[in-house]
Write a protein that binds this ligand. Sequence first.
Ligand SMILES: [Zn+2]
Ligand SMILES: [Zn+2]
Length: 264
Amino acid sequence: MRGDIPVDDATLDVFLELLEVQHRLKGSYSSTLQRVDARAAKAAIASGRPAASAVGVWLTEEEIAQGVREIAEPLIAGLPGEAERVRGVLEAVGGGRLKLKPVAEMMLRGDLEGAEAAAEEAGVDPTALSSLVAWALQPAFAALSQAISPLELGDWGSGRCPVCGSYAALGYFDRGGVFHLKCQFCGTEWEYPSGKCPFCGNDDPDLVSVIEVAEGKPLALGICHVCGSYWKIVDERRASGEVPRDLYDLWTLALDVVARRILR
Ligand SMILES: [Zn+2]
Ligand SMILES: [Zn+2]
């Protein structure tokens, strides 16, 4: 798998440390799920809306700030070029100039402009802020996803994640040949027709291309000619070893590079 990932060792090390921190955070956030109305979450899914629309951000300001501080550690240590921007966010939070919960709520609603405005108002780098908050929220939603599964997702026909509401640009064929989407944010998996665009629902075979990017590798790229989006595909029937599904997004990083080149 290492040979398939087009990043240098130092960056990959930071990625892996980040995953470890997130794994730890998922454990510590799971106790906060007591505050989540699981019934409302399931009812939302049953009526076709993502659980997040009913649940919102249930973490407190301090819980999010703690997550952000822990996420920041490997970034500051391993990515010197980013350290200053990351520290800027920590200082603004520590000094009370920036509240993270409203930013998290805006991001969950998809209000990225609002999040950017909050960053500018606090004098911090918008990308650093949104990345830190997203990485801190991710394990909380992964814990939520686990807590409300096994999900009754038979009728969930959407390419948006039933738990967090993000669009999934990653899917896999299991060994039985059934296709599933996998949310890159919270890890939720659900069955979805292969050859159907997760973003716009186009399933006209003439308007969807599936491209195998490297011979002999179980990786392919789906491209929609209606909305111009792409999604990454892992075919487990053709995989030689077992790669944990939570690493698929990382494993398929080369597909993002190819897709950006094709769709440019
Ligand atoms: Zn999700
Ligand atoms: Zn599409």
